[in-house]
Design a protein around this ligand. Structure first.
Ligand SMILES: *[C@@H]1O[C@H](CO)[C@@H](O)[C@H](O)[C@H]1NC(C)=O
Ligand SMILES: *[C@@H]1O[C@H](CO)[C@@H](O)[C@H](O)[C@H]1NC(C)=O
Ligand SMILES: *[C@@H]1O[C@H](CO)[C@@H](O)[C@H](O)[C@H]1NC(C)=O
Length: 495
């Protein structure tokens, strides 16, 4: 520096500040290598913490994957997994992240990472956020913060976004979307609503918020609670007679059974479906460690069924997805939402398929590479945790969807049509119940020249879509088709 003349020095400083203003992603957050991956990153990755409450030491962890196409122009999309209590690394590792994780052959070794040709980072920058504090790699030094709920989670995630955009101002003008699945059916609209309130108050920098996406999302006690019976009937899991009887006895109200006859009929329905894999009725369900018996069951399925449940993902879909949502017989009601570990009360669940993520994210070298605290500080990473006590305190999401869509924000409500955890019948019914004009009547949509599912478009930019043959976590089962509808929605094109 001493050798530069005063004028040159001034120019140098101007250039430097120019660089800082136009591209100021924190270089300390740049991920330069990842254990298990030996190739070149197709785009820049950043990760680390944003402290949202200094006095409590409340820190939320993010992993940001820049778009592999045109990062200065492509949308920025926040992704949230549900639970409550589940880490958004679920999305990163198993669904639409930049890598496909291949389990190590030797137990204890790290998985191998391959590039995912259907990563959502092909067309957008994706921001994975572990939320609320206590979930995934996010934590607080004060454990009182782990008693939380919908409202607190939304305001914390909003605080996170405001700080995150301060760190990455070069993305402020990109179109911004919020997305998530399962219990994020609550996180997404409540957070979107915080963002919009901030915009209305005129003080918040998230100016380019465009809309949101919800996959197999929890929405409303009544609609979600009523979804199973018509789903089971439509899928051929219960006979016509039982469907007619249960509908008559319960007068169509299955979410809050009033009489004993209704309750008895419902028990019959539950009994008929109880052996199935709740996250995808076409997938085998592992009972204890008796895997062989179940595999045989699957082989007995007609081949067209087997294909419907198959995925183009080169690595297998998890067979058991413990902990991503509450059991179907207990729709989410106001008050405490038990996490799965809490429901099971310490009983261990054979859940080998979360091993890949668990071993990778608890590895010291991985933690260092992604700028996460070690286990001694932030705790062990779990796909879903029982560290938090979570209150569902936001009520039905329908009023949020109405507010947001009437304000011109675009919404895509999509459903893997073989999920029995949050069945498509519920999402189809509540979107219809909004009473918006149908502007694009129910029709098949295609991907790769094949019917991939069905869609219905409503006024106010509300779109409902099914993904044929997918379970609870749509991009995990149908990565190519999911990238297709995702790209079209972000681009504002018809699906
Ligand atoms: C933890 O947070 C609670 C609630 O905000 C507060 O009352 C308490 O003093 C905090 N504890 C510590 C050790 O800071
Ligand atoms: C939605 O909008 C209406 C009218 O603008 C407002 O009264 C209401 O509080 C808003 N919020 C929710 C969550 O419904
Ligand atoms: C739907 O979205 C488009 C693109 O963002 C926007 O121009 C249009 O005004 C929206 N329509 C309604 C009815 O909100």
């Amino acid at each position: 520096m001493a050798k530069l003349g005063p004028i040159l020095y001034r120019i140098f400083c101007m250039l430097l500040s120019f660089v800082l203003l136009t591209h100021s992603a924190p270089e300390t957050a740049l991920v330069t290598q990842l254990p298990g991956f030996s190739g070149t990153f197709p785009s820049k990755h950043y990760s680390g913490y944003v402290t949202i409450d200094e006095s409590q030491g409340k820190r939320l962890f993010y992993y940001f994957v820049e778009s592999e196409r045109n990062p200065p122009k492509d949308p920025v999309v926040l992704w949230l997994n549900g639970g409550p209590g589940c880490s958004s690394f679920d999305g990163f590792v198993y669904e639409h992240g930049p890598f496909n994780f291949e389990a190590a052959e030797t137990k204890g070794d790290l998985p191998k990472l391959h590039l995912n040709p259907y990563s959502w980072s092909k067309v957008s920058s994706v921001l994975y956020l572990d939320s609320p504090a206590g979930v995934g790699l996010s934590y607080s030094k004060n454990e009182t913060d782990y008693i939380t709920g919908d409202t607190r989670t939304a305001s914390d995630s909003h605080a996170f976004l405001l700080k995150w955009f301060e760190l990455y101002p070069e993305f402020l003008s990109n179109p911004f979307f919020i997305s998530g699945e399962s219990y994020a059916g609550i996180y997404v609209p409540t957070l979107a609503y915080e963002v919009v309130k901030g915009l209305d108050a005129g003080v918040k920098p998230i100016l380019n918020f465009k809309g949101y996406l919800v996959g197999n999302g929890v929405t409303d006690e009544e609609f979600d609670g009523n979804a199973l019976v018509p789903f089971a009937h439509g899928m051929g899991l219960i006979p016509d007679e039982l469907f007619e009887e249960v509908t008559k006895e319960c007068t169509g109200n299955f979410y809050n059974p009033l009489g004993e006859t209704c309750e008895n009929k419902l028990q019959k329905v539950y009994k008929d479906v109880e052996g199935l894999n709740i996250y995808d009725i076409l997938e085998p369900c592992y009972h204890g460690s008796n895997i062989k018996e179940v595999t045989d069951d699957r082989i007995r399925l007609p081949s067209s069924f087997r294909q419907l449940g198959e995925t183009e993902r080169p690595l297998p879909v998890r067979k058991r997805m413990f902990g991503r949502a509450w059991p179907f017989r207990a729709p989410v009601r106001p008050g405490i939402v038990p996490t799965w570990p809490q429901l099971l009360d310490g009983e261990s669940v054979p859940c080998t398929d979360d091993e890949v993520a668990t071993s990778w994210l608890n590895n010291e070298a991985v933690r260092k590479a992604i700028h996460a605290e070690l286990e001694s500080v932030s705790g062990t990473w779990e796909l879903c945790t029982d560290r938090i006590r979570f209150h569902h305190d936001a009520g039905s999401m329908i009023k949020y969807h109405r507010n947001l869509t009437l304000k011109g924000f675009r919404a895509l409500i999509f459903s893997g049509d073989h999920d029995m955890c949050v069945p498509y019948t519920g999402s189809e019914a509540w979107t219809r119940s909004m009473g918006y004009d149908i502007v694009d009547e129910w029709r098949p949509w295609t991907s790769n020249g094949q019917v991939a599912g069905y869609t219905q478009g409503y006024a106010n930019n509300l779109t409902f879509l099914t993904m044929k043959g997918a379970g609870h976590t749509v991009p995990e089962y149908k990565p190519r088709e999911a990238l297709d509808f995702y790209s079209r929605f972000l681009a504002g094109k018809p699906i």
